[in-house]
Write a protein that binds this ligand. Structure first.
Ligand code: GLA
Length: 629
């Protein structure tokens, strides 16, 4: 029963609490709602207080429930797998239950996602209609459930997945659920996305108001073949193409067990001096010489059975007592038990040691390449084994908070075998995430379109890579690869040594043009215009806050011969402003075939009549800048 309600101001938000109490037992439940004044978002969560004399077991503990009273409601959500993350689908809610559940333990967005949208007026449209957006802000296992019953209502429940997660709440303890972030838009699915993007940039991401550096990551270029000379060359190359940051990926560490492949050394975060005789200091010197910032890869929550860490602390891994552990990547990988405060100190220490010794490290790529495949904590008591999934993420949050309290400036990328951690609970304290290990431009169009439903371009690491693509073996033009990467947080993941001078010149030009449009892409409003899931093309545009600049990205995927192509109508412009249309990122000798190129049109015309941008052919694309006159 309800016992009261109060409202408190909290910065730019107000928190409303509805107090409930069980009429029989001394259990209190507070329903909390944080409503922001400056972004369209309400965060709802629940706090359960055990006022009984003994421990109480929680078996179900959703964060919030939302009734949706409408007939023809459609749900949009993402699913996928490794190298095919962020696939979009739309389903009509039917009588019965629909459950989206995650059980991975460490990563929670490879398969399904903890975010959904509900279109209230039939199948959702990108730029019209009433839409509710919901994102569970939780890094661990989740469960989202819609129930459609005979009452004309659809009910939406979201929270921690209670499977194998019974929670024993001690006397006097309070259990706080993660928040469910809820938004409402009258401007369709894209409108709900913009609400998530604004809230995420402002309240979740680290440095959501700072432009991201254009980087080169070493992974697809050299994989484990790290050495001083090679790193120096890559730094010189990215600098020569006007990039700003170099990130050394996996393969730089391990002394007793040098990390020459993926089967050893996680946990031994000490430089392999055979590969890098001058250590990290030597790399930082090279970075200074080459005038780029320097970043480094770590996977601090993990170890291998072939590591000094595991030899010293076999008790730190997640594993059932008596049973042999199931091993992950390289046939040797294991997850460290973050429910254990000593492990939390160790994981914090990995970052702390690096940044204390080398304060010039500007960027960290934080990876996590294994699920909890062995259920069992060597730290938690036998009675509390079911706390592991939750305690892992409580430990994880503590570590990230400690890192952020001490290191405010460092940029941290959240990666997990590609896009396994694209989740708002995960991203608290992180700057961005790796969308997928699959860098094939055509596949990325689908993944980035889907991922943009809930996450802003500033957070979506999107890299130009080599052809044939290392994952899908497809060959696409360098321009296409650049144009796709440019619609997110642009970077490169390639061996520049293997590029021709012409290719480097094209990338240099693209990077300088990206710098021009970077504020619009990274801080602007996104409007998705043409879905790749509904045809052979994709288009989206970003518009700056003052509506003076916009960028339109248009991609042909596999158009059909004699296909009747419609003009693309832009969105979000000021109808009364005049915009100059300029195609950018053209091949050096090419001139734009766009009829509108160089001409000036009103925002009204561009939004009502549009531009003929498609029809260039298989995997061809255009980037078009619009500038108010
Ligand atoms: C994961 C990441 C990759 C790369 C490798 C390194 O698979 O997703 O980007 O960092 O690990 O081992």
């Amino acid at each position: 029963m309800a016992t009261g309600c109060d409202v408190k101001n909290e910065g730019k938000a107000s928190v409303t609490t509805v107090h409930l109490k069980d009429p029989v037992y001394n259990i209190k439940v507070d329903l909390k709602y944080r409503a922001y004044n400056d972004v369209d978002m309400i965060e709802a969560w629940t706090e359960i207080l055990n006022g009984e004399k003994g421990t109480v077991t929680l078996t179900t503990f959703a964060s919030a429930m939302l009734p949706i009273r409408r007939g023809d409601v459609w749900m949009s959500h993402l699913s996928g797998t490794w190298a095919a993350e962020g696939q979009l689908s739309h389903e009509k809610l039917q009588p019965g239950e629909f459950v989206i559940r995650n059980n991975d333990g460490t990563r929670n967005s490879h398969t399904d996602h903890a975010e959904v949208m509900f279109s209230l007026d039939g199948k959702g449209q990108e730029n019209a209609g009433n839409v509710i957006g919901a994102a569970l802000v939780y890094s661990g296992n989740y469960k989202l459930k819609t129930v459609t019953d005979d009452t004309e209502y659809h009910y939406f429940f979201a929270g921690i997945n209670e499977q194998n997660s019974e929670y024993h709440l001690k006397k006097g303890e309070t259990f706080k659920t993660p928040a469910l972030a809820l938004t409402y838009s009258t401007q369709g699915l894209s409108g709900a996305s913009r609400n998530f993007h604004k809230w995420g940039r402002k309240y979740i991401l680290a440095h959501g108001d700072k432009e991201r550096d254009i980087l080169l990551n070493s992974w697809e270029g050299v994989y484990f073949d790290i050495n001083q000379k090679g790193m120096d060359q890559m730094m010189a190359d990215i600098h020569s193409m006007d990039g700003e940051l170099f990130v050394m990926d996996d393969g730089w560490f391990g002394t007793k067990y040098p990390r020459v492949t993926d089967n050893c050394a996680l946990g031994d975060w000490v430089v392999d001096t055979k590969k890098l005789p001058n250590g990290i200091e030597g790399l930082l010197n090279d970075a200074r010489k080459n005038q780029v910032k320097f970043g480094i890869w770590i996977e601090p929550e993990m170890t291998n059975t072939t590591s000094m860490l595991y030899e010293k602390h076999p008790d730190w891994v997640i594993k059932a007592p008596k049973r042999d552990a199931v091993l992950g990547r390289g046939g040797t990988q294991l997850v460290l038990d973050l429910s254990n405060p000593k492990v939390q100190d160790f994981v914090f220490g990995v970052v702390d040691n690096l940044l204390t010794k080398y304060p010039d490290i500007a960027y960290i790529k934080w990876d996590a390449n294994m699920a909890i495949m062995n259920h069992g904590s060597q730290y938690l008591s036998a009675a509390d084994q079911s706390h592991l999934y939750i305690a892992y993420h409580q430990g994880f949050a503590k570590v990230i908070d400690r890192i952020r309290a001490k290191y405010k400036d460092v940029v941290i990328q959240c990666c997990a075998s590609g896009g396994g951690r694209a989740n708002w609970g995960m991203l608290r304290g992180f700057d961005e995430f790796w969308v997928s290990d699959n860098t094939d431009a055509m596949q990325r169009i689908y993944m980035q379109y889907g991922t943009s439903y809930f996450f802003p371009a500033i957070a979506m690491a999107s890299h130009i890579s080599a052809v044939p693509n290392h994952t899908v073996f497809r060959t696409t033009s360098l321009k296409y690869r650049i144009d796709v990467a440019m619609s997110g947080r642009l970077g490169m993941e390639i061996q520049p040594k293997n590029m021709t001078d012409e290719e480097k010149a094209l990338c240099r030009k693209a990077i300088s043009e990206y710098k021009e449009i970077r504020p619009v892409v990274q801080f602007g409003d996104l409007y998705r215009l043409v879905s790749p899931y509904e045809g052979n093309h994709m288009a989206l545009n970003y518009v700056s806050k003052d509506t003076n600049k916009a960028v339109l990205f248009a991609y042909d995927i596999h158009p059909r011969f004699q296909e009747k192509l419609l003009a693309v109508k832009l969105q979000g412009l000021d109808p009364n402003k005049q915009y100059k249309v300029e195609e950018i990122n053209l091949m050096p000798a090419a001139s734009s075939g766009l009829a509108a190129n160089g001409k000036v049109y009103s925002g009204d015309y561009l939004m009502k009549v549009g531009l003929d941008v498609f029809g260039l052919g298989q995997t061809q694309s255009r980037v078009i800048e619009l500038t108010a006159q």
